[in-house]
Design a protein around this ligand. Structure first.
Ligand code: T3D
Length: 263
């Protein structure tokens, strides 16, 4: 077994990142959080990466913070959670949501606490029938962090978010699909194949426009219609200048499939 806490594999334009502590369901350590942050930041500037696929090794996706490490975070007998979250989780979540490229999550097993936040920071979620989701924070007397408070009500509505956050209960993959938390549920043995198919499709899409639409969607969540309309117009102008738009137009007129280069 590899002792690397995350595995990064580049194949054509697709970067696959595997959380790699299978014996602990891929619980997050500081090393892992820093490596993940570095991998997403590198992917942002790397023209050869046009889509990221995130998954977990073994039977879990990610159960959040490694609780065995929590003692190491204390200062003078007091927990130092705020600094830990500010330095490790918040920059990672922002690196993911600001990545101007699509992120597909292949959720192979349980996603709990900050592990559920990681899944929600992805753009597309494909889950195994064996996956489950829990806002585990309340089970240990903590509040949702790493963006769960932001993502979950936006994805499933406040009432359902409140249910999961208050109860700390497990939501099955089937329920997650019904609630719109995941895009697709597949048998476990088909998960990687299906998620890779989707990720490969997005890795050959017009990457510049995808980056713009991710940013514009986030902007629209917190701005007025008038401001969002203004950003859309500016953004459309920029996309209009891209090589991929020219290719898309040519391909349409020539009645062929476009070949996008992500430029
Ligand atoms: O500053 C800060 O960092 C604070 C911020 C925190 C952010 C958070 O994420 S807080 C929430 C932390 N996560 C949890 O509270 C979840 C804890 N885990 C569980 O509730 C359960 O393990 C699961 C529901 C996720 C899965 O249950 P099950 O029955 O499928 O598996 P299991 O047997 O409980 O776990 C398998 C192994 O993984 C086991 O190790 P062992 O006994 O075989 O050596 C278990 O201890 C380990 N494991 C699971 N979750 C964690 C973990 N080890 C460390 N940290 C974990 N979070």
């Amino acid at each position: 077994m590899s002792d690397q806490t995350i595995l990064c594999e580049q194949s054509d334009s697709l970067l696959k990142i595997t959380l790699n502590r299978p014996d602990k369901l891929n619980a997050l350590t500081d090393v892992m959080l820093q490596e993940l942050q570095a991998a997403f930041k590198k992917a942002a500037g790397d023209r050869s990466t046009r889509c990221v696929l995130l998954t977990g090794a073994g039977k879990g996706f990610c159960p959040g913070q490694d609780l065995a490490n929590v003692q190491e975070m204390s200062r003078g007998g007091q927990p130092a959670y705020a600094d830990h979250i500010r330095n490790n989780y918040n920059p990672l979540i922002l690196a993911m949501t600001r990545l101007p490229k699509p992120i597909v999550a292949a959720i192979n097993g349980v996603a709990a606490g900050a592990g559920m936040s990681l899944a929600m920071a992805c753009d597309v979620r494909i889950a195994s029938e064996k996956a489950s989701f829990l806002q585990a924070f309340i089970n240990i007397g903590l509040v949702p962090d790493s963006g769960s408070t932001w993502f979950l009500p936006r994805l499933v509505g406040r009432q359902r978010a409140m249910d999961l956050m208050l109860s700390g209960r497990k939501l099955s993959a089937a329920e997650a699909l019904e609630w719109g938390l995941v895009n697709q549920v597949v048998p476990p043995e088909q998960l990687l194949e299906e998620a890779t198919k989707t990720a490969v499709r997005y890795a050959s899409a017009p990457t510049f426009a995808i980056g713009q639409l991710k940013r514009n969607l986030d902007y629209g969540e917190s701005h007025a219609l008038e401001e969002t309309l203004a950003l859309e117009a500016k953004s459309q102008q920029e996309c209009g200048l891209s090589a991929d738009h020219q290719e898309g137009m040519r391909a349409f007129l020539e009645k062929r499939t476009p070949v996008y280069k992500g430029e």
